[in-house]
Design a binder for this molecule. Structure first.
Ligand code: SF4
Ligand code: SF4
Length: 261
């Protein structure tokens, strides 16, 4: 009798184990293993594990892991048996050259060392309402230690360390950090002021005064003007340097690509 009941319970347990078994998606585990593990949140998910779950469920782009870049996207595609989408490796640039030497302050700021808070106090302490506040909030958020503050009061991006995750861009209250293609060589406009020339001149010695000499000088017609600022078409710019020659304040610099990925 007892033996018979035991057999029945055994069968019931085996049946329950099958019915209520939690299916483990091995693809999620495999994806998690190849992620950088930085938990930087650049993909828009709550960390790498959450990204692995979402991408396996098709709720996230394969290419969303910015630090992992194309290599990780390719591996995820292989795991999920999908064709990989192309990713363009990016790098951060700070669109401001208004160092301590070139751009002054309108008052002495003694508040918290956080650009976001300083910005809220009378629109920041700089004469230029667009320029870098220099309190290094971008430095603090970079998960890869790719930004340091230079002695001139401007952030310096180490292109070897920057993985283009864009966290610094998101946090900068002045919106002066841009992500550009890592392999771009050519002109970079290091000013974000949309003010007119006279006002810019009063605030910063190296700000763009919107004289438009660069447009005339560019042999490739790669420059246009938007909101009193030159915009350089990265597809057209051939790195000739003509715009730099004519820019009186020295707002335009040449970037030479250092490709390391
Ligand atoms: S770039 Fe932006 S976040 Fe970084 S120091 Fe300048 S104002 Fe602050
Ligand atoms: S510098 Fe900016 S974009 Fe580059 S890794 Fe650091 S936070 Fe990300």
């Amino acid at each position: 009798m007892l033996g018979g009941m035991g057999a029945v319970f055994g069968l019931l347990l085996a049946w329950a184990a099958q019915v209520f078994a939690i299916e483990v998606d091995e693809r999620i585990e495999s994806i998690e293993e190849i992620l950088p593990g930085a938990n930087c949140g650049a993909c828009g998910c709550a960390g790498c594990s959450n990204f692995a779950e979402k991408v396996a469920a098709g709720e996230c782009e394969l290419t969303s892991c910015i630090p992992g870049g194309k290599e990780v996207a390719d591996q995820i595609a292989e795991i999920l048996c999908l064709e990989c989408q192309e990713t363009v490796p990016l790098v951060a640039v700070v669109r401001c050259a208004g160092s301590h030497e070139h751009a002054g302050d309108k008052f002495i700021y003694g508040g918290a060392v956080d650009c976001r808070l300083a910005e809220k106090m009378w629109d920041g302490f700089k004469n230029c309402p667009y320029g870098c506040l220099g309190l290094g909030t971008c430095v603090q958020v970079c998960p890869f230690g790719a930004i340091t503050m230079g002695e001139d009061g401007l952030p310096l991006v180490d292109e070897e360390k920057c993985l283009g995750c864009g966290l610094c861009q998101d946090v900068c209250p002045r919106g002066i950090i841009d992500m550009i293609p890592r392999d771009y060589s050519g002109g970079l406009v290091l000013c974000s002021s949309t003010d007119r020339g006279k006002k810019v001149k009063e605030a910063c010695a190296v700000g763009c005064i919107a004289c438009r000499a660069c447009i005339k000088a560019c042999p490739e017609e790669a420059i246009s003007f938007v909101d009193n600022l030159p915009v350089i078409d990265v597809e057209k710019c051939t790195d000739c340097g003509e715009c730099i020659q004519v820019c009186k304040p020295g707002t335009i610099r040449i970037r030479k690509a250092k490709v390391h990925q």
